[in-house]
Design a protein around this ligand. Structure first.
Ligand SMILES: [Zn+2]
Length: 446
């Protein structure tokens, strides 16, 4: 008797991330009630299961959905509004005044909707957001069927959203109470940054986060100026201030950490803190290049993030993976720094760990939720292909994503990609050239 399930996905290649880095051919992933219930050979699956729907991906790699560990999704509506400026000038003269004009539930909901569309189409299934009106972020993410970790933002100064830090905290916890039974949503406190949040508020957040058992996410050491100002005002670096306030633990994740001394790296590793590495945003705002290879080697868990589309200007995790790997090599002069596979781990399981969701997502394993993406390897720009992990990071881009499932539900699908037409060569000729040389080069060692 066949077991009835909801969905079977048959894929040419499976990149599970866990339990190991082996990429296997011709695998089927079996899904029931949003969970992965079996991973078996493509040819045997029909002998054991009967599915309401079967998707055959005959030129694709199936992998875990990407996890964007630092976003301000609604800022997609401000994409390109002010570019080529340093962080504080960008924030104080452009972003904050623009927000003052438009901030509302409607702005946040609609901005988050288009951000979710962009992220789903690029293979991101989970995002960790920090913005105003968290109820609108939650509503938009649920409408799009996307998994979200929603930051309950806290600032000392008044905005249209709240008057002071206590009001931000109270309104945030109210939103968390309203949505806490939603399986697709988890929450974190999101004190904006050490330079916008007082000691008193950080202490209050530390106590509350333990009481209601949610994580904390904040910007940290994004610029040298932030560190210099903290030393001037408080006599210590922002990280040491956070440490003295008792916030360091495995439940806190820090966006950026562009400037970290060796002893600060040791401190983060010792407490099991996480970093959301945002290489594009750090470059574009000229904040610098985070010492990610050294941080990984010291044992810190590091995920990848895009930051908002106002400072990136894309929500493209394929771009972040490639840049993270390249920057690590360029800055260390070590070509082995952040391998392609390491970049894939950062974008999947490491991101899940930083959100406290590693038991649910971040890899394709039985018992985990079916947050999956398929990448179509059929485009001529992806040929030939000798190493799939390398191709995903150094060659593929978000437009090669063909399917995005969250909880086993198809949330984005693109019809088969077209390679276009050339006056000088037929597509079949490209295919036959690639096949011929790939075969001879694969046999080069025999
Ligand atoms: Zn940010």
């Amino acid at each position: 008797m066949l077991e009835t399930v909801d969905l079977i996905i048959k894929a040419s290649w499976l990149l599970p991330i866990l339990p190991n880095e082996i990429i296997t051919a011709n695998q089927a992933v079996v899904i029931k009630n949003g969970n992965i219930v079996a991973i078996i050979d493509y040819h045997e699956v029909d002998l054991l299961y009967s599915a309401s729907e079967t998707v055959v991906l005959d030129n694709h790699v199936l992998m875990p959905g990407l996890i964007n560990t630092h976003t301000h999704a609604a800022m997609s509506l401000m994409r390109g509004i002010a570019d080529d400026l340093p962080l504080m000038q960008w924030l104080e003269q452009h972003i904050w005044p623009s927000e003052q004009k438009v901030l509302s539930n409607k702005f946040v909901k609609e901005g988050t909707l288009i951000a979710c569309a962009e992220m789903l189409s690029g293979g991101t299934t989970t995002f960790n957001d920090m913005y105003f009106y968290p109820e609108s972020i939650a509503t938009a993410a649920l409408q799009m069927g996307m998994r979200s970790s929603i930051g309950l933002v806290v600032l000392e100064f008044a905005t249209q959203y709240a008057n002071d830090a206590d009001a931000y905290i109270a309104q945030g916890t109210e939103v968390r109470d309203t949505f806490k039974s939603e399986g697709l949503i988890s929450f974190q406190f999101a004190p904006h940054a050490p330079y916008t949040v007082s000691d008193k508020s950080f202490e209050k957040i530390a106590i509350l986060s333990e009481q209601i058992d949610i994580g904390i996410h904040t910007h940290l050491h994004e610029t040298k100026m932030e560190i210099a100002q903290s030393i001037k005002k408080h006599g210590i670096t922002p990280l040491n201030r956070i440490a003295n306030l008792g916030l360091l633990s495995s439940r806190i994740s820090f966006a950026h950490c562009v400037h970290l001394s060796h002893s600060e790296q040791q401190l983060l590793a010792e407490y099991g803190c996480h970093i959301a590495h945002c290489p594009t945003s750090n470059l574009k705002l000229a904040s610098g290049i985070a010492p990610i290879d050294a941080c990984l080697k010291s044992g810190i868990n590091i995920g990848l993030g895009t930051d908002g589309a106002a400072s990136n200007n894309r929500l493209d995790m394929f771009a972040e993976m490639r840049l993270a790997a390249l920057l690590a090599k360029g800055t260390t002069l070590d070509a082995t720094a952040i391998s392609a596979y390491k970049a894939l781990e950062m974008a999947t399981i490491n991101g899940a760990k930083s959100l406290g969701l590693e038991h649910k997502i971040g890899s394709i394993e039985c018992g985990k939720l079916a947050d999956l993406i398929a990448v179509d390897l059929g485009a001529l720009t992806l040929k030939p292909c000798y190493d799939i992990a390398s191709h995903l990071v150094y060659v593929a881009d978000r437009h090669n994503v063909s399917h995005t499932w969250v909880n086993g539900e198809l949330r984005y699908h693109r019809a088969q990609s077209q390679n276009g037409n050339f006056s000088g060569i037929e597509p079949q000729e490209i295919e036959s050239i690639v096949q011929h040389w790939q075969k001879s080069l694969m046999n080069r060692q025999h």
